[in-house]
Design a binder for this molecule. Structure first.
Ligand SMILES: NC(=O)c1ccc[n+]([C@@H]2O[C@H](COP(=O)([O-])OP(=O)(O)OC[C@H]3O[C@@H](n4cnc5c(N)ncnc54)[C@H](O)[C@@H]3O)[C@@H](O)[C@H]2O)c1
Length: 406
């Protein structure tokens, strides 16, 4: 069982604990995720009650670019030296939005410096890095220093509701899950090399990038553990234009996995960055003995729910618009039916992170949860290298149990 989210708020929470001097925040990386996280930091206190904080420093590699981004995204200062920034006494939180190859080094150093850390998914590029990060998180936690991995889709109200319904037994025993995360930004063979297509910088391809989200959802929604993995990886375009001519693509374009769960359920995971016409399609289907749930990220305000306990003549999927004040996170935003978007998931993520820091509890998902996902990703790779052989994963909690309040 993964550690549980600090309960997703159904109504705006009361005043947070731990209000003192504002927490100083530094963020590393200012491109895609840097922009999304900056938007969340800028907005979160307008909608949720969170401990006071200040967006103090934005860090990047190039002075002029990071200074311009800092001004645009609401950061007081900019820097090109992350090591200097994490050593500053006026920084209490480090938000890592840099590529995967930097996660472990920055996170371990920041935790050792006593800073709370939020790091983007996947936790790391390798299992060894992920293990070192989980160990650092565990020792920092004993000093009251918190850490969280950015699986932001846990903060979609519809998926938080799905988890509640499953937890309440509305689906009965879960039999199987289909999780497909399909994109098409690599369809063009002339699409250039990036850090995402190189094993050294990205760790893996579609597997770490988007199967990590899908696998985290299987664990989050079911509260279950993966016991066996069979996987397959494929790279359709093996060379792409780079700075020095054609360069070798060293990661997968698509990945498939079958996961056995401790409860007896089975999950299929299918991900691709070459699924022509699919833009950012995370589809989840959960089938249980008493009902089923459907979700599509491209319609993220909605949840499909079939209650198989009503007479068959009345059965059918109903569309729940997950936008009522009674729904997770929704009361903080707009009147019912005034829908929210993808970027709100990051605001919810920052809200949960800050509230956990304010109350001195472990935010969720923890680095240990990130490590659990990393073990499954590694097992998919191991299986793929052995013609999809079944790989056993150790049963029982992968790491330490959640701390009090988690
Ligand atoms: N949660 C999500 O939905 C989601 C979506 C996309 C990416 N991600 C994750 O976010 C992370 C970053 O991905 P991205 O898409 O934002 O990448 P990106 O390429 O858009 O941005 C990376 C940023 O890191 C900075 N950077 C690189 N090397 C650096 C260094 N040595 N020092 C300081 N800064 C450095 C770059 O300047 C850039 O600002 C990855 O872990 C990725 O998997 C998460």
């Amino acid at each position: 069982m993964t550690s549980q989210d600090s309960a997703a708020p159904h109504a705006p929470p009361g005043p947070p604990a731990g209000t003192g001097s504002p927490l100083g925040v530094a963020m590393i990386g200012y491109a895609f995720m840097g922009k999304a996280h900056s938007n969340a930091w800028r907005n979160v206190a307008s909608y949720f009650d969170v401990p006071a904080f200040e967006q103090r420093v934005l860090v990047g590699r190039e002075a002029a670019g990071v200074a311009e981004a800092a001004a645009k995204y609401g950061w007081a200062e900019s820097s090109t030296e992350w090591r200097e920034v994490i050593a500053r006494d006026d920084i209490q939180i480090v938000d890592i939005c840099a590529p995967g190859f930097m996660h472990a080094e920055i996170a371990v150093a920041a935790l050792a410096a006593g800073k709370h850390v939020l790091v983007e998914k996947p936790l790391a590029n390798t299992l060894a890095e992920a293990e070192s990060m989980a160990a650092a998180a565990q020792s920092a936690r004993s000093q009251g220093v918190q850490s969280m991995v950015g699986f932001n889709y846990r903060r979609i109200p519809a998926l938080a509701l799905a988890r509640e319904l499953i937890g309440e037994g509305r689906l009965g025993a879960i039999r199987h899950v289909r999780a497909a995360y399909l994109q098409d930004w690599l369809v063009d063979p002339e699409s250039p090399m990036t850090w995402r297509l190189n094993r050294e910088t990205a760790g893996s391809g579609a597997l770490g990038d988007i199967a990590s989200h899908a696998i985290d959802q299987v664990l989050f929604l079911l509260g279950d553990q993966v016991t066996e993995v069979s996987g397959r990886l494929h790279t359709f375009t093996t060379q792409r234009p780079g700075a020095h001519g054609l360069e070798k693509v060293t990661v997968d374009d698509a990945a498939w996995a079958t996961l056995s769960l401790a409860s007896g359920a089975v999950a299929s995971v299918e991900v691709s960055r070459m699924a022509t016409g699919q833009k950012n399609s995370l589809k989840l289907e959960i089938y249980g003995e008493k009902g089923s749930i459907l979700f599509d990220l491209e319609d993220l305000n909605e949840l499909g729910f079939l209650d198989a306990t009503v007479p068959v003549r009345e059965q059918g999927f109903r569309r729940i618009l997950v936008n009522e004040p009674v729904h997770p996170y929704a009361a903080a935003w707009w009147p019912q039916g005034h829908v929210i978007g993808w970027e709100h998931t990051f605001t919810h993520q920052i809200r949960d992170f800050l509230v956990a820091i304010g109350s001195g509890s472990q935010p969720s998902p923890s680095f240990e949860d990130g490590l659990t996902v990393q073990r499954i990703l590694a097992a998919v790779e191991e299986s793929a290298a052995a013609k999809s052989a079944i790989i056993q994963l150790a049963s029982g909690p992968a790491t330490i149990p959640p701390t009090e309040g988690a």
